[in-house]
Design a binder for this molecule. Structure first.
Ligand SMILES: [Fe+2]
Ligand SMILES: [Fe+2]
Ligand SMILES: [Fe+2]
Ligand SMILES: [Fe+2]
Length: 385
């Protein structure tokens, strides 16, 4: 009964009219709901991260089936999940052997059984005309893994770990030596668990140098730390898209495009809110015109999403152009007007920022703070975050 109810909960998730970016965000919300609804957490961050990513991928596959995505997309989703699940079982089995889990053998046998079931379904039918039926069966196995294995079997070693009372950070460190964790997975884990201290977003040195170059050459500092921190984050989004768009193939480029768009949407909702709260509070004379410009940028993002949905090959290039124009015109010119207007009130601005932060109206994370500290050298204590 519980299993049936759980499956219904998962299947109750229909989003046929939403854009790709909204779908990803909605899937994230669904994962968040499931994660708080069921005792999925084991307490070892690497394992929790992998479980979260797998839940996300299962809901995404369910969406792809419901929306009847073309067979290559479905095959890609399925291949990705099976590959990830194999990696996860390997990590988990390493943990089980480290803690000398008494049911190691029976637990790993279950892992082998899931992989065998998936391999048979994947190998037999996925190339055939009936790809949707095969995908449905694969989804069934994965949902069984989710609600039977993750919710029940994995919890057994979770409880065993608690009984041992040993420090989970040590195990986490040992597991981390053997797994590669993608930045997007860290971001998803951080958004779901709000644990910002275990993993660090890895920004390549080449990217940091490009961000610094743009920041200094265009003289983009507003000297308002929270604004500068958010602007730097958008430059990072732009630089990463610029670098990867040049070297990636079509499928990878599409994934990068969607991640960039998602990050840009998040930026829009965080940053514009902050900037507009400050402008309103200090009665910035160009407030109305400035807000219109912000809304226009949101429209550009929606347009690029539409282009991408209709397979317009220029979508990535256009998005890159939009971000470039925004940094070099809006941030460099229009946001500078705010800098000039507030230059004698920086102390009051920082007090106001502290005040809105204490009311929970600011939305930023430790990754953004870290990037800010890597690029900006504070002139005074007021400039620090
Ligand atoms: Fe697991
Ligand atoms: Fe397991
Ligand atoms: Fe801005
Ligand atoms: Fe602005």
């Amino acid at each position: 009964m519980q299993k049936r109810l759980s499956k219904l909960l998962l299947f109750s998730f229909y989003l046929p009219m939403l854009t790709n970016v909204q779908i990803n965000k909605e899937i994230e919300l669904r994962v968040k709901e499931l994660w708080s609804q069921y005792p999925f957490s084991i307490g070892i961050p690497v394992i929790d991260l992998q479980h979260i990513c797998l839940i996300f991928s299962i809901i995404k596959l369910q969406q792809s089936i419901q929306n009847k995505l073309p067979p290559p997309n479905l095959q890609k989703d399925i291949f990705y999940i099976i590959d990830f699940l194999i990696q996860h079982f390997k990590t988990e089995e390493k943990l089980l052997s480290l803690i000398h889990f008494p049911q190691f053998d029976s637990h790993t046998k279950k892992h082998i059984k899931y992989i065998e079931q998936l391999r048979i379904l994947h190998g037999n039918d996925i190339e055939a005309a009936n790809v949707y039926k095969a995908a449905d069966e694969i989804l069934n196995v994965l949902q069984n893994w989710l609600f039977e294995h993750l919710r029940k079997d994995d919890q057994k070693y979770g409880s065993y770990l608690l009984e041992l009372g040993e420090i989970s950070t040590d195990y986490n460190k040992q597991l981390l030596e053997e797994v590669n964790i993608h930045n997007n997975h860290i971001l998803l884990y951080q958004n779901i668990t709000k644990d910002f201290s275990t993993f660090e977003i890895n920004i390549e040195q080449k990217t940091i140098l490009s961000i610094k170059e743009i920041w200094e050459n265009k003289n983009l500092a507003t000297d308002i730390p929270v604004i500068d921190m958010q602007h730097l984050w958008l430059i990072k989004i732009f630089v990463e898209l610029d670098i990867s768009a040049k070297k990636s193939g079509i499928i990878k480029r599409n994934e990068i495009f969607l991640n960039t768009l998602l990050a840009s949407y998040e930026y829009v909702s965080q940053h514009f809110k902050t900037e507009e709260l400050i402008m309103r509070n200090f009665k910035f004379p160009q407030y109305n015109n400035h807000v219109i410009k912000h809304r226009k940028f949101g429209e550009f993002l929606r347009l690029r999403n539409e282009e991408n949905k209709s397979n317009d090959s220029m979508a990535t290039y256009n998005l890159l152009q939009d971000l470039r124009n925004w940094i070099y015109s809006h941030i460099a010119v229009e946001d500078r007007e705010l800098k000039i207007f507030l230059k004698d009130k920086i102390k009051d601005v920082n007090l106001f920022v502290k005040h809105i932060n204490s009311k929970g109206e600011l939305d930023f994370n430790s990754n953004q703070v870290k990037l800010y500290r890597q690029i900006v050298t504070p002139k005074t204590n007021q400039d620090s975050i």
